[in-house]
Design a protein around this ligand. Structure first.
Ligand SMILES: Cc1cc2nc3c(=O)[nH]c(=O)nc-3n(C[C@H](O)[C@H](O)[C@H](O)COP(=O)(O)O)c2cc1C
Length: 213
């Protein structure tokens, strides 16, 4: 049984990546992790070039991911909250799963998954988007985990003075940026525990699945 973990955040080493890896590490299955950071994945252009074969005809980094998606038994997919929806790179990645669904294609349908959402405020919106994506693809979402990550305003250099940024919004004017207020998973033991529990749950469900129960 193999689980494919995908972090859709454009930031390498992101909170999304850490949380996806935490889920994977707590399964008793073979796992593979892929970050979409730095990858070129265009949106689906609705060309219908995949209808006959269930293989997308666009030539970019999604082509290499296709076989990994098809051969996996389960997925852990995470994305970041960008303007109260999942980030664009993750969205493009998901749109391209259109190639799997034509003419009773069963490449991903019937598989299991965990949804992960991370946001500067919270990760609820991307987590919900991913849950809906799983539902549309007939993938059973066995658990969902969300966490808070560091908004770019902590490191952009203007966070303390910018009146429209996350520091003013979440902590108020006059707030000094110190390591104490920068969100990280170490400060969210409940979310880390939830990720570990999700990994165990996915692993258990996969075993039941393999036994046909
Ligand atoms: C373009 C952009 C839009 C964002 N919009 C939101 C938002 O609407 N809500 C929110 O909670 N965080 C928002 N954020 C903050 C990110 O969700 C936050 O930095 C999070 O940690 C990103 O996940 P990552 O650490 O896994 O990259 C936004 C960040 C960017 C770059």
């Amino acid at each position: 049984m193999k689980i494919l973990g995908i972090a859709g955040s454009p930031r390498a080493g992101s909170t999304t990546e850490q949380l996806v890896k935490e889920v994977l590490a707590n399964t008793e299955c073979e796992t593979e992790f892929i970050s979409l950071a730095g990858k070129t994945i265009s949106p689906c252009v609705a060309c219908l070039g995949c209808v006959e074969t269930n293989v997308c005809v666009l030539k970019d980094d999604m082509a290499d991911l296709r076989e990994k998606i098809v051969s996996a038994d389960a997925y852990v997919i995470g994305a970041a909250n960008f303007f109260a929806m999942l980030n664009g790179l993750a969205h493009c990645f998901m749109e391209r799963w259109y190639q799997f669904r034509h003419r009773e294609g069963r490449d991903v349908a019937g598989k299991l998954a965990v949804a992960i959402g991370v946001g500067g405020g919270d990760g609820d919106a991307p987590a919900k988007n991913i849950q809906t994506f799983f539902q549309y693809n007939q993938i059973e979402c066995v658990d969902t985990v969300t966490a808070q990550g560091p908004a770019c305003c902590f490191t952009c250099g203007y966070g303390e003075s910018c009146k429209v940024g996350a520091i003013h919004l979440f902590y108020g004017p006059g707030t000094k940026i110190t390591p104490k207020i920068i969100p990280s998973l170490e400060k969210q033991p409940e979310q880390v525990a939830a990720a570990r529990a999700a990994g165990r749950k996915l692993s258990d469900r996969l075993k039941q699945f393999a036994q046909g129960t």
